[in-house]
Design a protein around this ligand. Structure first.
Ligand code: C2E
Ligand code: MG
Ligand code: MG
Ligand code: MG
Length: 278
């Protein structure tokens, strides 16, 4: 019996592994032509200033409209794109497109609100990344203060000196910098103060667990204090309830982003949101 059980378990794992390999091959194959076929689009999610209730920024989030697969979310393809290196050209497209869109909104007379772009480690480490950013701004005619780059802890903790040098150049050029998904990586607190950061984004896993127990509350409260002492504005990610908003506001969190305010929306809906701000 034990033997049978073992065999069944083995079969189970094997078929799950097969499914994973098939999925990866499928995504990798379709990714090859996705850019040239114009299958990517940007959605935008606002973040809201806790004090004024106004839109403080819009995060550009990539979506993939694959004719056979439908609307593919980033969790399904960003990892594969990172492994294959394709993320570099995809990331460049996102940067150029986000800058172009931000400028187009400004030209349409909408309020000037910064757009945030997620940067993957592989993309950031490319020689010439900093120049690529300034190139995208120039091509769009967008002043640098309207672009924010979101970097992850794991990106920042590898080759710290090189990362700091690149961040300084971006910062001196006027680009704002955020640390994304804070708390999920392994930040060295002693290094953290060396990065020229404008925003610290508390990962949504902490926000989700925050009101369930005292330690959950204390962790978020400490992150807010830590971020402020580093000179950052604090953004809480994944805010879904009024209770979460209330707690965060009381504890001095500066901005919130999450389904409570809005899901990520297509460009036209984002424009309407900006219009409502004017
Ligand atoms: P992220 O940068 O941390 O973005 C926030 C993610 O949380 C988004 O998922 C957003 O839709 C989701 N979210 C926002 N508010 C809530 C909420 O209240 N509840 C819940 N459950 N989720 C919420 P999305 O768009 O699926 O993106 C997932 C991740 O994929 C992003 O996490 C980012 O790491 C990556 N990503 C997205 N676009 C890009 C891109 O253009 N380039 C790179 N390199 N990565 C990207
Ligand atoms: Mg982000
Ligand atoms: Mg995040
Ligand atoms: Mg994330």
């Amino acid at each position: 019996r034990a033997k049978d059980g073992g065999r069944n378990q083995l079969q189970f794992y094997t078929s799950e592994m097969n499914a994973r390999v098939t999925e990866r091959t499928l995504i990798e194959g379709h990714l090859r032509n996705a850019l040239s076929r114009g299958e990517f689009v940007l959605y935008f999610q606002p973040r809201i200033d806790c004090l004024t209730g106004r839109v403080a920024g819009l995060e550009a989030l990539i979506r993939w409209l694959q004719p056979e697969l439908g609307l593919v979310q980033p969790d399904r393809f960003i990892g594969v794109a990172e492994e294959t290196g394709r993320i570099v050209e995809i990331g460049e497209w996102v940067l150029v497109e986000a800058c172009r869109q931000a400028r187009a909104w400004q030209d349409a007379g909408l309020p000037r609100i910064p757009v945030a772009v997620n940067v993957s480690a592989r993309q950031f480490r490319q020689a010439g990344f900093v120049q690529e950013v300034f190139g995208a701004l120039e091509a769009a005619g967008l002043p640098a203060q309207y672009l924010e780059l979101e970097l992850t802890e794991s990106l920042m903790m590898q080759n710290v000196d090189g990362v700091i040098a690149a961040m300084r150049q971006l910062k001196e050029g006027g680009v704002r910098l955020s640390i994304d998904d804070f708390g999920t990586g392994y930040s060295s607190l002693s290094y953290l103060r060396r990065f020229p950061l404008d925003y610290l984004k508390i990962d949504r896993s902490f926000v989700r667990d925050m009101l369930h127990d005292k330690p959950g509350e204390a962790i978020v409260r400490s992150m807010i204090t830590l971020g402020h002492s580093l000179g950052c504005r604090i953004i809480a990610e994944g805010v879904e309830t009024r209770d979460q908003l209330g707690y965060l506001t009381r504890e001095g969190c500066d901005e919130i982003q999450g389904f409570l305010c809005s899901r990520p929306v297509p460009v036209e809906a984002a424009a309407e949101m900006l219009h409502a701000e004017s």
